[in-house]
Design a protein around this ligand. Structure first.
Ligand SMILES: N[C@@H](CCC(=O)N[C@@H](CS)C(=O)NCC(=O)O)C(=O)O
Length: 210
């Protein structure tokens, strides 16, 4: 099995963590999806990573779809809770966490546009989503160590990944100070093997000229 990733990508990291948790052997292929020569073009109509390439050469894309596929081929440990109530709660945390990352990506893209095209209002709109999303995660977590029912699942993979994405891409916001419970949570999970093995890396992207 192969996984096409970008090293900073929080979505790709969710898939990587799930592969490590399930101890599924895989090869990582590093790509820069924003560049002209990206590998994603023929494999995902949306041109995005992560993309999982199965042994029979099927391309599976979107982190949520990849992880569900992994849950099917190797159910233990299960990443998406099977209990319907927990499933819904975990999906909601994942959606908010992914939405925070989406907003960060949009700000980053806005900031690399030609100067007179950069919209301050657009950036502020995205910043609100990041702060409100983190506020939501903080209040859903409370003083617990896991988001859902005291066991590790997709909610924790998504939330932890998002917090470290904020660290690298939205440094100006000190979430540790604003949300001390999220900081305690980060400390609790930081030494987890799958998290250590998938730390995000920086990547240089070609200038965006549109
Ligand atoms: N919903 C997708 C989001 C994937 C995504 O946005 N990936 C970014 C990298 S962080 C990407 O490849 N963007 C390239 C583009 O939009 O052209 C998922 O969860 O896999």
């Amino acid at each position: 099995m192969k996984l096409i990733i970008a090293t900073p990508s929080p979505y790709a990291r969710k898939a990587r963590i799930s592969l490590y948790e399930k101890k599924i052997e895989h090869e990582v292929i590093i790509d820069v999806p924003w560049n002209e020569n990206t590998l994603t073009k023929e494999k995902n109509p949306l041109g995005k990573v992560p993309i999982l390439i199965t042994k029979d050469n099927q391309f599976i894309f979107d982190s949520k779809v990849i992880i569900r596929y992994l849950d099917q081929i190797k159910p233990k440990p299960q990443i998406y809770p099977s209990d319907p109530k927990n499933h819904l709660s975990a999906l909601t945390i994942e959606t908010v966490a992914d939405g925070i990352c989406d907003a960060i990506v949009l700000i980053r893209l806005e900031n690399v546009r030609v100067n007179n095209l950069i919209s301050k209002q657009w950036i502020e709109r995205q910043e609100k989503k990041i702060i409100n999303g983190l506020k939501y995660l903080s209040s859903e977590l409370g003083s617990k160590n896991y988001f859902i029912d005291n066991y590790f699942n997709i909610a924790d993979i998504s939330a932890f990944t998002t917090l470290e994405y904020v660290d690298i891409r939205f440094k100006e916001f000190d979430w540790r100070k604003s949300f001390p419970n999220l900081n305690d949570y980060w400390k609790f999970h930081n030494s987890r093997e799958s998290f250590k093995l998938s730390k995000p890396g920086n990547q240089i992207i070609d200038p965006i000229t549109y």
